[in-house]
Design a protein around this ligand. Structure first.
Ligand SMILES: O=C(O)CCC(=O)C(=O)O
Ligand SMILES: [Fe+2]
Length: 286
């Protein structure tokens, strides 16, 4: 990355928003994903909350069905990465290798993005502890939005920000993802561009950057004519990490606006309620 590009990039993220990173690196075979969702219901149900052998593998529908007035028009398979061995033992074989490959290749891009973002905060050294805080755990979701007979009655995903540090999102050619503009009023469509990824700042980075980088609010509409697939990688702190305004920023004289919270508590708080815009972040406010 050239310094000019780097500073433009850091500025764009500071202003809040979604940054589309053009790359030809990713050629994920979407049909492989469709294959999972095309499996018989009883096969997919082996990975449901009730039947899955592990909490790290979960097939479900909607976000938090027990807290939602109307269900989101979406099925998903959520894969929390622990190790290759575990993935081989527990993840559905129909898509396992593609997801692992995608995650492995993404790591290079993720590290570069985080380096640039930390530079923008004057944090020039990312040691092992910091790296683990920024990207110590990863979760990949396969989202499947089936064609909806009454799209005006529901949504694909309600408005929310991700609880991640960064989200790397791959979407197919259908479209339907919207991000909230900087003025807070307008919604901007994120058009699919072949060979591109959408990079979203999540709440954990907003908190660690002491509010300098803003997590982006987004939503997905339900679609009356097409099925849609998206594959976000949520780059997260580890569940056992304490997150809060980074000490480097406070040592530089900034007033902290976030307290230290256990990341797994933050995530639990997010999942307890239906999607509600950016309200989750209040959980960490001082
Ligand atoms: O499908 C998309 O484009 C976005 C999905 C999303 O926001 C999520 O899974 O958190
Ligand atoms: Fe999201």
């Amino acid at each position: 990355m050239t310094p000019k590009w780097r500073s433009r990039f850091a500025k764009r993220l500071r202003n809040g928003g979604s940054f589309r990173l053009l790359t030809t690196m990713y050629r994920l075979k979407f049909w492989r994903m469709y294959k999972f969702f095309g499996l018989a219901a009883e096969v997919k149900n082996k990975y449901s909350k009730e039947h899955s052998l592990s909490n790290n593998v979960r097939f479900g529908t909607s976000f938090t069905p027990q807290a939602e007035k109307a269900l989101e028009w979406k099925d998903y398979l959520s894969l929390f990465y622990v190790s290759e061995e575990e993935a081989f033992a527990l993840w559905p074989s129909v898509c396992r290798e593609q997801v692992l490959d995608y995650m492995r290749k993404s790591e290079v891009v993720i590290k570069q993005l985080l380096k640039v973002l930390m530079k923008g905060l004057n944090v020039n050294e990312i040691d092992e502890t910091k790296e683990s805080l920024l990207m110590g755990s990863m979760r990949t979701n396969l989202n499947y939005y089936p064609k909806c007979p009454n799209p005006e009655l529901t949504v694909g995903v309600g408005r929310h920000s991700d609880v991640s540090t960064l989200t790397i999102l791959l979407q197919d050619e259908i479209g339907g993802l919207f991000v909230r503009g900087n003025d807070g009023d307008n919604w901007i469509h994120v058009p699919p561009i072949k060979g591109s990824l959408v990079i979203n700042v999540g709440d954990a980075l907003q908190i660690m950057s002491n509010g300098k980088y803003k997590s982006v609010e987004h939503r997905v509409v339900a679609n009356g004519s097409n099925n849609r697939i998206s594959v976000p990688i949520f780059v997260n702190p580890r569940p056992s990490d304490m997150i809060g305004s980074l000490p480097e920023l406070i040592e530089n004289g900034e007033k902290p606006i976030y307290k230290q919270v256990l990341y797994s508590d933050y995530v639990k708080h997010f999942f307890r309620k239906a999607h509600d815009g950016k309200k989750t972040v209040a959980f960490a406010e001082l």
